[in-house]
Design a protein around this ligand. Structure first.
Ligand code: NAD
Length: 364
């Protein structure tokens, strides 16, 4: 398969982790006989420094003319410490999502058995959890009318959804469920909110086209409780922008560390793959960032954008074997045991490559 991938490292540890994600993609290409052409572009703080623009036109042109994007993160302490700065790194991220029409954010929450102890939830509750979130990205209170009245003493943000926005992400969720345990849990607040009633009615309509997939509805408050009480009861979770924002951060605790979670933002064209973490100024340059979220993002890219399931699973297997062999970055290390071997960012990436090489020799 011949494909063009843009590497968009961004700022802080974004650069460190995407370096390892790219190496894994190169390894997959050589092992499985694919031709991946790579190019790089700037975004965020680096782009502001170089051009004054967090998403320069040159970057946007490259992004619109590729098959997939592996992104790191944006952010810099300069902006976090001064909210009055007008040009900011995250503007690049929001503009990129809008320009590329990325309306669905997919976040797989999968716990590796070896990390059961790294979570704050009891291992017996967590074991076997495997959830795929579909969070809508273009509607809701983020984009509805907002403002102040009564001399600034009343504020409002309108929660708004259009039927087509719900339809297109619902199709994606049902299609994904067909490749998994065939269950969709749609989360809303239809007992109170009109936009949630439109959401529920639309999901029910779309669900009729997927009779082989079980559809259930949960109110967001109850879903938030059940996620922690019985995470194994979920397969695909479909939800709006605001509820998805909150629930996916809650669910990240199931996986133990920010350094272990990848996400995909997809629309009708190119897909964007990134760790859920940010640029982590506190550990930038120390070489200790966990690259596994970026490597898992590469696995998602292969699966979702290129349909390369076997290649994607080879990466996940390599991560499992690495964890099983006791290798950890500091964020996922268990202080209670002396059996683990701590690796830095680069060494963790190299160990994954070694596992991939061995697996390929074993099957070929
Ligand atoms: P963060 O995700 O960068 O870091 C939170 C904590 O998790 C930190 O202690 C960090 O050291 C740790 N951490 C994160 N990723 C890790 C990894 N791979 N390995 C080991 N530890 C890891 O969130 P923050 O500190 O709130 O934000 C830092 C900057 O990132 C801010 O400027 C923020 O705006 C930006 N940010 C960007 C994105 C994005 O680009 N998508 C997302 C979130 C935050």
């Amino acid at each position: 398969m011949k494909k063009k991938i843009i590497i968009l490292p961004g700022d802080g540890i974004g650069k460190e982790v995407t370096t390892e994600g790219k190496k894994v993609l190169e390894k997959i290409a050589s092992s499985f006989g694919h031709e991946f052409e790579f190019d790089e572009a700037v975004i965020g703080h680096d782009a502001i420094e170089a051009t004054g623009n967090p998403l320069p036109d040159e970057t946007l042109i490259k992004l619109k003319n590729c098959d997939a994007i592996l992104f790191g993160a944006v952010g810099h302490p300069k902006y976090d410490n001064d909210p009055t700065l007008k040009v900011r790194p995250e503007q690049g991220l929001l503009k990129m999502r809008k320009e590329l029409g990325l309306y669905a954010n997919l976040r797989p929450i999968k716990l590796f058995d070896e990390l059961l102890e790294a979570s704050s939830i009891k291992p017996e509750v967590l074991k076997g959890s495997d959830i795929l979130f579909f969070r809508e990205l273009t509607g809701d209170v983020y984009f509805g009318e907002k403002g102040r009245k009564d001399d600034g003493n009343t504020a409002y943000d309108v929660m708004i959804y259009q039927r087509y926005e719900v339809e297109r992400i619902a199709h994606k969720a049902f299609q994904a469920a067909r490749t998994r345990k065939k269950k969709v849990t749609s989360v809303d607040k239809a007992n109170v909110l009109e936009s949630s009633r439109l959401w529920r009615e639309t999901v029910q309509e779309i669900g009729k086209q997927y009779p082989d997939v079980q559809l259930e509805h949960q109110f967001v408050d109850s879903a938030a409780m059940k996620l922690i009480q019985n995470p194994r009861s979920f397969d695909v979770v479909l939800t709006g922008n605001l509820f998805g924002d909150i629930l996916t951060d809650e669910a990240s605790q199931i996986a133990g560390s920010m350094g272990m979670l990848a996400s995909a933002s997809v629309g009708d064209k190119v897909g964007l793959y990134e760790p859920i973490h940010g640029s982590a100024h506190d550990i930038t340059g120390k070489g200790i960032a966990n690259p596994l979220a970026s490597i898992l993002s590469a696995a998602l890219l292969l699966d979702i954008s290129f349909g390369l399931k076997e290649e994607s699973e080879a990466i996940i297997k390599a991560i499992e074997q690495t964890l099983k062999a006791g290798y950890r970055t500091t964020d996922i290390a268990d202080a209670k045991t002396s059996k683990e071997k701590i690796l830095n960012t680069q060494a963790m990436g190299s160990y994954i490559l070694k596992q991939l090489s061995q697996a390929h020799v074993a099957v070929s």
